[in-house]
Design a protein around this ligand. Structure first.
Ligand SMILES: NC(=O)c1ccc[n+]([C@@H]2O[C@H](COP(=O)([O-])OP(=O)(O)OC[C@H]3O[C@@H](n4cnc5c(N)ncnc54)[C@H](OP(=O)(O)O)[C@@H]3O)[C@@H](O)[C@H]2O)c1
Length: 324
C-alpha cells in the first residue's frame, strides 16, 4: 500500500528550520508544503531554497491553511508555547523544537490544549530517535552490561557574543542550559530516570543568562550523572557511561548520528551507525507514523517525558538563580 502523504508546514524559517527541511525531504510520505515567516520575503526565499510550494508572511495564515497536516515550530524558545497553541487551535499536528517551552506551566498549557483539541503534539527531542540512542536504550533495558552506574556528558561550543541574538538574549530565552544543556540533561533522564538530588552551578554573564552550567544528578541507587554545558567554550561533547560490566563512550558529538566505543572484558569494539542525514528525519518519520496509527501523543517522546525534562530544567534554573 502507498504510504499516506503528509503536508508539512514550518513556522520560523531560521537556521534549524533549514537543516530540518533538508532531512524532511528524505522522509517518505513527507511533502514540503508551506513555510511561514513574520516577513513574506523571508518566507518566499526559504520556500524557494528548500522547495516548499507555499509561503506565508504570518504564522496565522499557515496555521489556518486547510491543506496543512503537520507544523514544525522552529522559533526561539520563548515563542514555542504561543506558536503551538495557535497551531493546535487550528487542529494542526505539532512538532515543536526543544526546549518544548520556557517552563512547566507553559508545557502544561500546551499538553492540555493538545488534549482539548484532540490533536497530536510532540517535543522535538530528536536525539531519542537516533539509531545509537535507541541502541543504548536497548542495552539498558536488556541489562546486557549490568546496571548503569555513572554518566558523564557535556555539550559546549563557543558562540560569538551577540547580546541581541537568541543565544545571549534573555528576552529570547538565551542561555546554555536551555539551548545545549538540555541534551546532557535529557541523556541522564532517558538513560537513568528522574534523579533524587539535583545540584547545579552556573556562570551568569552580563546579559543575565547562563554562559555555562555544571549539573550533578544523584540517584537513590548510588548512580551519578555529571553534566555540563556552555555557549562560551567548546567542550568535548561526548558521553561516557560506566556500567557494571562495560564502559561505553559515545563519541563527539554525542547527541548526533555518531559512533559508540564499547570496552568490555579488556576488549574494545567500535560500532558505527550509518546515517545519511543530520538525523532530523527520524523524528519527522516518527511523527508521521504516530499519525498513521491515529495517535495524539508519541509513544517515545511522551507528554510525561516532556514534563519530566522541563521539571528538571526548572529545578536547575532554581538552583542557579535564573528566572526569565
Ligand atoms: N534540534 C536541534 O538540533 C536544534 C538546533 C538549533 C536550534 N534548535 C532550536 O530551534 C529554535 C530556533 O533556533 P535557531 O537557531 O534556528 O534560531 P534562528 O536561526 O534565530 O531562527 C529562529 C526563527 O524564528 C523566527 N522568530 C520569530 N520571532 C522572532 C524573534 N523575536 N526574534 C528572532 N527570531 C524570531 C525568525 O523567523 P521569521 O522572523 O522569519 O518568522 C527566525 O528565523 C530554538 O528553540 C532552538 O533551541 C534546535
Amino acid at each position: 500500500m502507498k504510504p499516506k502523504t503528509y503536508k508539512w508546514g514550518i513556522i520560523g524559517p531560521g537556521k534549524i528550520a533549514g537543516k530540518f527541511s533538508e532531512d524532511l525531504a528524505k522522509v517518505p510520505g513527507a511533502e514540503l508544503y508551506a513555510v511561514a515567516s513574520r516577513d513574506k520575503g523571508r518566507a518566499e526565499e526559504f520556500a524557494e531554497k528548500y522547495k516548499f510550494s507555499q509561503s506565508y508572511g504570518s504564522y496565522e495564515e499557515l496555521a489556518q491553511d486547510k491543506e496543512v497536516d503537520i507544523i514544525y515550530i522552529a522559533t526561539p524558545h520563548v515563542f514555542h508555547c504561543e506558536n503551538t497553541l495557535l497551531c493546535l487551535r487550528n487542529k494542526k499536528a505539532v512538532l515543536c523544537e526543544k526546549p518544548f517551552a520556557m517552563n512547566s506551566e507553559e508545557v502544561s498549557k500546551m499538553i492540555e490544549a493538545a488534549k482539548e483539541h484532540n490533536v497530536f503534539l510532540m517535543e522535538g527531542m530528536w536525539t531519542v530517535f537516533l539509531p545509537h540512542y535507541q541502541y543504548l536504550l536497548e542495552k539498558i533495558k536488556s541489562r546486557e552490561f549490568g546496571k548503569l552506574l555513572n554518566l558523564k556528558a557535556d555539550f559546549g561550543f563557543a558562540a560569538p557574543y551577540l547580546p541581541e541574538k537568541r543565544l545571549y538574549n534573555k528576552s529570547l530565552g538565551g542561555g546554555s542550559l536551555l539551548d545545549v544543556g538540555i541534551y546532557p540533561v535529557f541523556a541522564a533522564l532517558s538513560l537513568m530516570g528522574v534523579p533524587e538530588k539535583v545540584k547545579a552551578k552556573a556562570e551568569i554573564c552580563n546579559t543575565g543568562i547562563d554562559e555555562s552550567c555544571i549539573i550533578n544528578f544523584q540517584y537513590d541507587t548510588g548512580a551519578v550523572a555529571s553534566l555540563d554545558c556552555a555557549i562560551n567554550n567548546t567542550t568535548p561533547t561526548t558521553a561516557s557511561l560506566t556500567f557494571e560490566k562495560a564502559t561505553v563512550t559515545v563519541k563527539n558529538r554525542f547527541h548526533e548520528p555518531t559512533s559508540i566505543l564499547i570496552e568490555q572484558d579488556g576488549k574494545e569494539k567500535e560500532i558505527h551507525f550509518e546515517v545519511n542525514s543530520r538525523g532530523y528525519n527520524y523524528e519527522a518519520a516518527h511523527v508521521q507514523q504516530m499519525l498513521d496509527e491515529g495517535r495524539t501523543e508519541s509513544t517515545v517522546m511522551s507528554f510525561q517525558k516532556s514534563r519530566e525534562l522541563m521539571g528538571l530544567l526548572d529545578l536547575i534554573r532554581t538552583r542557579i538563580g535564573l528566572i526569565y
